[in-house]
Design a protein around this ligand. Structure first.
Ligand code: HEC
Ligand code: HEC
Ligand code: HEC
Ligand code: HEC
Ligand code: HEC
Ligand code: HEC
Length: 507
């Protein structure tokens, strides 16, 4: 170092290494103590833990600088010593007070750094496992999943419970994958929307079944839906049905229903030809009695060679419940709900159709969508029902706010995330869902279908404007009356031919 030569050997020179090293160590020590206090005050700041690692690093670098400083001082004091070894070598004499203190301080500093390192890694580990880390740190990327997660049934289940398994192999896998993702975010190369299905998702056996027990499902689950029709009065049309979700063990409807047949008494395998597993041309069922049946799609059959080359997937919870935690509501359902709850006033003529249309437009950003939604509704009412605009009607303002809120909660144009990007596989109304396999085109060699009989999956108890009065034959329920035309639907009809979840159904 040049500055060392600027001082005479009689005067003790200021050694910058020693000075900077001590400052770094001091800062590291002080900051970590400060952080302990800060963390005690701020309970909800999970990623502060990463800072401990940084402070430990500062202390280690500080110690390194001290060492360089010591070597240099000895060199300055005794320039005759040549070579690195000669510079470092000194005899340790514990009887010498200074040596004793030096050893004790180095030992204590080492212990402190070690403690800081382990505490820091533990803290950072905990931080990367917390839901808010996953959901908020990559804010724009995870925004759609984070938003939908917070209103789901699993809002208190940490992301890692479903996305990362127990054990070291999953931990390493997920952190390596995490690094790849951080890179993709940094260089802005990630895809929008984030592709689903997630291929390294933790298997259902290890996630869902930690809390839910497939043997234990109660025979029926009641489903109540409130629709709003497209007429001027926004007439209510409600539906009450029982879904046959039965499992194996309950007394009532024992051994029957969706979960029993699909998961316990049978193994179902299938091939999908698209990434999202929406087109399923081949299915095989192996029943508990050992019988096996294969079904092929008549519309788009696979050749034997294609079958041999394809990935065969065994059906599990996630093939039906693919949106347990991130449900992107379709505009039709969201608007139906908002009108039923009164957030959108039913008194505004044709508000159902107009709200669904406003939500179904393509927008580039959420900000544009907020303006677009407001303009489209305001323009419509200015032209068709000016009384709602001129008198400064509260109703229109409330409706606009509610529709904007629906948009923000379920459609994310920046990430191209919405109900159409992430179809929900439960049901068959706005996306193919169960009808991916339960349809007329799927046939076995004997010409049998995978059944499409409505009543095998659910019983309709009541439908119409009022659903309070239930008087039905419990074995068959009611025949579904299609609200649009009053037609009864008894046989298989593909709802998705007309229903898209958005404004398309009104075209
Ligand atoms: C109850 C289980 C569960 C929890 C809790 C959960 N997820 Fe998911 N997540 C899923 C499933 C299931 C999928 C869809 C997987 C598939 O289709 O392959 C998914 C998909 C995703 C996707 C891919 C895009 C998409 O919407 O399909 C992202 C990103 C994601 N989750 C992030 C998160 C974040 C962040 C959290 C915590 C804030 C979280 N998840 C919590 C089960 C869960
Ligand atoms: C850590 C425990 C836990 C895990 C893991 C978990 N769940 Fe749940 N789940 C719950 C609890 C608790 C409820 C009830 C929540 C309520 O009633 O608000 C629930 C409710 C549900 C419901 C009924 C509510 C609804 O939204 O229709 C379904 C379906 C469901 N879970 C499916 C799944 C699936 C599929 C998985 C795996 C991807 C899963 N769960 C993983 C704890 C869990
Ligand atoms: C064949 C499709 C299918 C599969 C596979 C499936 N479920 Fe379900 N599950 C349903 C349907 C349909 C319902 C009715 C509720 C609904 O419509 O949201 C339901 C309801 C539930 C409920 C709510 C029960 C209640 O009493 O409210 C839970 C919890 C659940 N499933 C968990 C699971 C778990 C865990 C698995 C995997 C072991 C699984 N499901 C596999 C279709 C399926
Ligand atoms: C393979 C099983 C299955 C078959 C067959 C089936 N459904 Fe469904 N259906 C479901 C499930 C599951 C849901 C519940 C969806 C949910 O939880 O949102 C549902 C929901 C519905 C709903 C309420 C839709 C909504 O989203 O509001 C109607 C109406 C309906 N079915 C009518 C029919 C009619 C009519 C038939 C016969 C042509 C039929 N279903 C056949 C499984 C089936
Ligand atoms: C991957 C294809 C596939 C999908 C998707 C699928 N199923 Fe099935 N399902 C089958 C096959 C195959 C069988 C067995 C048919 C047989 O044994 O002949 C079956 C059987 C059933 C049964 C048993 C009926 C009985 O009493 O024997 C019910 C209930 C059922 N499915 C409901 C549903 C519901 C509800 C959904 C949507 C949430 C759904 N399935 C989605 C392929 C599928
Ligand atoms: C030929 C086209 C067509 C088919 C197929 C069809 N629908 Fe519809 N459906 C419509 C139209 C158009 C409307 C709008 C009528 C209105 O709201 O006044 C509608 C409205 C509805 C509504 C009330 C509006 C809402 O909020 O969802 C329900 C429920 C419904 N259909 C269920 C079904 C189900 C379940 C199936 C499949 C079994 C089905 N539809 C098949 C055209 C169709």
């Amino acid at each position: 170092m040049s500055e060392a030569n600027e001082y005479s050997s009689t005067k003790r020179p200021r050694n910058w290494w020693l000075l900077l090293g001590s400052i770094l160590i001091g800062m590291g020590l002080f900051s970590s103590v400060f952080l302990v206090v800060l963390e005690a005050i701020l309970t909800a700041a999970p990623y502060l833990g990463v800072l401990y690692l940084l402070f430990a690093l500062a202390i280690v670098v500080g110690l390194g600088m001290l060492l360089v400083g010591v070597i240099q001082r000895r060199h300055v004091a005794d320039p005759q010593r040549k070579g690195l070894i000669a510079k470092i070598r000194f005899t340790l004499d514990l009887a010498k007070r200074s040596h004793f203190y030096a050893i004790v301080s180095i030992f204590m500093a080492g212990m402190f750094v070690l403690a800081l390192l382990s505490f820091g890694s533990y803290k950072s580990y905990r931080a990367t496992e917390s839901a808010s880390f996953c959901g908020e740190l990559c804010h724009s990327v995870m925004h759609p999943e984070w938003t939908t997660y917070q209103t789901s049934s699993h809002a208190r289940v940490a992301c890692v419970e479903c996305h990362i398994g127990e054990g070291a192999d999953w931990f390493v896998k997920s952190k390596i994958d995490g690094l790849r993702q951080v890179w993709a975010v940094t260089v802005n190369s990630f895809s929008r929307p984030i592709p689903t299905p997630i291929h390294n998702l933790r298997p259902a056996r290890e996630t869902c079944e930690e809390c839910h027990w497939p043997q234990k499902f109660i025979g029926y689950r009641e489903l109540v839906r409130a629709y709003t029709l497209s007429d001027e009065e926004n007439t209510a049309h409600r539906l009450r049905m029982l879904l046959k979700i039965g499992g194996e063990q309950t007394g009532f409807m024992k051994g029957s229903g969706i979960h029993y047949h699909m998961l316990i008494a049978a193994k179902i395998e299938y091939i999908a030809t698209d990434e999202r597993r929406q087109n399923i041309p081949w299915v095989r069922v192996t029943r508990s009695d050992g019988s096996v049946t294969e079904f092929d799609s008549l519309d788009s059959p696979l050749s034997e060679a294609e079958k041999a080359g394809a990935e065969v997937r065994t059906m599990d919870c996630m093939d039906c419940h693919n949106r347990p935690s991130h449900q992107f509501m379709a505009p039709m359902s969201a608007v139906n709900m908002a009108i039923e709850q009164g957030a959108i006033p039913r008194t505004l003529p044709h508000i159902k159709v107009q709200a669904v249309r406003a939500l179904s437009h393509e927008y580039q950003t959420t900000d544009q969508a907020m303006v677009g939604v407001a303009n489209s509704l305001r323009n419509y009412y200015r032209e068709e029902y000016p009384q709602f605009v001129e008198n400064g009607s509260e109703d229109l303002t409330r409706a606009i706010q509610a529709v904007q809120a629906i948009y923000r909660g379920s459609i994310f144009p920046e990430m191209h995330a919405s109900w159409s990007a992430y179809p929900d596989n439960i049901g068959h109304h706005y996306s193919p869902g169960c009808f991916r396999c339960h349809n007329e085109s799927m046939q076995s060699a004997e010409g049998e279908n995978i059944f499409t009989t409505c009543t095998k999956c659910h019983l309709i108890l009541a439908q119409g404007e009022s659903i309070d009065d239930v008087k039905v034959d419990f074995r068959t329920g009611l025949t579904f009356v299609h609200p649009e035309d009053g037609a009864t639907i008894e046989e298989y009809v593909d709802c998705v031919d007309c229903h898209t979840g958005g404004g398309g159904v009104y075209e």
